[in-house]
Design a protein around this ligand. Structure first.
Ligand code: COA
Length: 569
């Protein structure tokens, strides 16, 4: 396949079918054997407000949504106004001819009577499909794939709707034949996609949970985490698992802990406000040493904040959000592939260390569709909890060499399984003596000391034996953006390296220190106001990185990271 990298951006009002249009382009590209990485942002309202969908497609693995677009499709004038500054020479704009934009020099304009054509068909809703037909013809997005996909997408709405959409798409195709194609903006010939799947971050978390052997899932709906429940509601019962929509987040985490107490692998997913509600029970899971996984799909906060927007601002809540001396393991995912494999890791380490785990995702990843290799199930390690072998006297909190006590499922003969939030002795009975509290607190913390070396090392992007002027530390989906910025800078000979931890807590302190030893200046890039990871680094290591934060509800672009690195040189 020839090398290429193209970015489509479609924008309009919520309710105009921007999301449907973008999803169809992404799926058609994936079916054509192309790499894809999508980004969408939409309002909290069910109808109205600015909605935007960006599909980046290329011949090589893509790590982020890109800086801006090559092809812009505007369904209304407001979306044009928001995006006009990005209409650079070499880009193209397809727009509804109900408005007349100023077309900058070097930009190719394709006015299309989207509203008029869909009205003539008697189905105004199909305006987006007129646009899709034009995009297909002008930029070589497989029309066959698109027609099949759109028929499938709208089939629940009835035969008449499907036919009206196909007619609208055909109108778009025909209308585009009037235009001259701008060279350099066409996708290559479609190929057969093999051994790849296209998934969103949320779906991938559901898939990872199934691979890890999840038995029980309970959650309360919340944007942007709800699709995890939607996915598991469909697939968990097929493997005799149980999925419950609880009455609230406190109930869902309580049910998860109860199921885990009963010997089942259990998980919930939520977003910031739900994580706050769960903090009491997360403390209980730590105290009772009960495995439990909470996926926190972060969104703009605090409070109800920006419920559909991107932010990485729950880190401190994930790490510290409990009373008393309580810990939890915190992992964070970079991309959709991680969402599969690190959900397995999250369930594995929860079982292994008998500790609550918070897996941090974020809204841009939750809604991002990406092509990922089909998981090779034989190569994925699934860990089971250490169970009591019926030898000797059972003590739920027996002191062992690694401080991890074997568990017995309730009902096991001669094993009284106690899970208590009260301080307890090794047999689980309450005890409030100074000696017990000291000893058992130490046990609960000491068992986690091996995790930073047990868990895979943070990736170093660059020559780990060399030295760099700037070292960029990033976590979560910001990593993908930093990867591209670093690759571009290095291509220019700039000495810059990246450090990408996936185990956030407990911290892999030695690895941070070793990385810092290779870099003259350290900068931490993250999407929150306070510089939350930078804060943790300062607290836990001897390092004092520069904090580079962004807090506008949108992710970084590679260009922003590039510019910041240049400023620091
Ligand atoms: N023919 C028929 N139906 C079409 C269509 C077409 N050509 N194009 C789109 N539609 C339908 C879609 O199927 C969808 O129908 P549904 O509501 O039955 O699922 C609807 O029109 C909206 O289209 P879609 O493409 O999914 O989204 P959009 O780009 O128009 O934007 C959203 C709408 C996504 C912004 C809005 O619906 C939404 O969900 N907002 C977020 C709400 C939220 O989570 N708030 C936070 C609360 S805390």
């Amino acid at each position: 396949m020839p090398k290429y990298d193209l970015i489509f951006r479609i924008a309009g009002d919520g309710g105009e079918g921007i999301i449907s249009c973008g999803d169809l382009i992404a799926a058609a590209c994936a079916r054509s054997g192309f790499e894809i990485f999508t980004f969408k942002t939409f309002p909290a309202e069910v109808r109205g407000g600015y909605a935007m969908y960006q599909v980046r497609t290329g011949s090589e693995t893509l790590h982020n949504q890109g800086d801006t677009f090559d092809i812009f499709c505007a369904l209304n004038s407001e979306s044009y106004e928001i995006n006009k500054a990005h209409l650079l020479p070499g880009t193209a704009i397809v727009y509804d001819d109900t408005f007349s934009p100023d077309i900058p020099e070097g930009v190719t304009a394709y006015p299309v009577p989207m509203t008029q054509l869909s009205r003539q068909l008697g189905f105004k809703k199909a305006k987006n499909m007129v646009a899709l037909g034009v995009l297909s013809a002008l930029f070589n997005i497989s029309a066959n794939h698109l027609k099949m996909l759109l028929a499938d997408r709208f089939k629940n709405k009835g035969e008449r709707v499907v036919q009206a959409n196909i007619d609208a798409f055909d109108q778009g195709l025909m209308h585009a034949s009037k235009f001259e194609k701008r060279p350099g903006l066409q996708l290559p010939k479609a190929e057969q996609a093999t051994n790849v799947i296209m998934l969103s971050g949320n779906e991938a978390i559901g898939l990872g949970a199934l691979i890890a052997g999840l038995d029980f899932y309970s959650a309360y709906p919340i944007t942007p985490a709800s699709e995890i429940a939607k996915y598991l509601a469909l697939h968990l019962p097929k493997r005799a698992g149980t999925m419950i929509q609880a009455e609230d987040e406190i109930a869902s985490i309580s049910q998860v802990i109860g199921a885990s107490f009963a010997g089942k692998k259990a998980m919930t997913a939520t977003s910031g406000p739900g994580l706050s509600l769960m903090s009491e029970m997360l403390g209980f899971a730590f105290m009772s040493e009960t495995p439990a996984v909470v996926v926190d799909v972060q969104r703009g906060g605090p409070s109800t904040g920006l419920p559909t927007k991107h932010e990485q601002s729950d880190l401190l809540a994930a790490v510290y959000g409990s009373h008393g001396d309580a810990m939890r393991i915190v992992l964070s995912v970079e991309n959709v592939n991680d969402c599969i494999h690190m959900t397995v890791d999250a369930l594995n380490v929860a079982e292994l260390y008998q500790c609550p785990v918070v897996l941090l995702s974020d809204s841009s990843l939750a809604f991002s569709s990406q092509t990922v290799p089909l998981p090779e199930l034989d190569t994925i390690e699934v860990v089971e909890r250490r169970r009591w072998d019926s030898e000797g006297e059972y003590q739920r909190y027996a002191m062992t060499a690694d401080c991890i006590s074997p568990m017995a499922d309730p009902g096991t003969a001669c094993a009284m399984h106690i899970a208590t939030g009260l301080e307890h002795k090794q047999d689980g009975r309450p005890s409030f003596t100074p000696g017990t509290h000291q000893k058992m607190s130490t046990k609960r913390f000491d068992k986690l000391k091996s995790l930073p070396s047990y868990y895979k090392a943070a990736e170093i992007d660059g020559d780990a034996t060399g030295d760099a002027d700037i070292g960029v530390i990033a976590w979560g989906s910001t990593i993908g953006v930093v990867r591209e910025a670093i690759a571009r800078l290095r291509a220019e000979g700039i000495r810059v390296m990246g450090f990408y931890p996936k185990l956030i807590w407990p911290m892999q302190v030695d690895q941070y220190e070793a990385f810092a030893g290779m870099c003259a200046t350290l900068v931490v890039a993250e999407v929150n106001q306070q510089g939350q990871l930078a804060h943790l680094i300062r607290a836990e290591t001897t390092l004092h990185p520069v904090s580079y934060t962004l807090c506008g509800g949108m992710p970084f672009t590679p260009g922003m990271i590039e510019s910041r690195v240049r400023e620091l040189l």
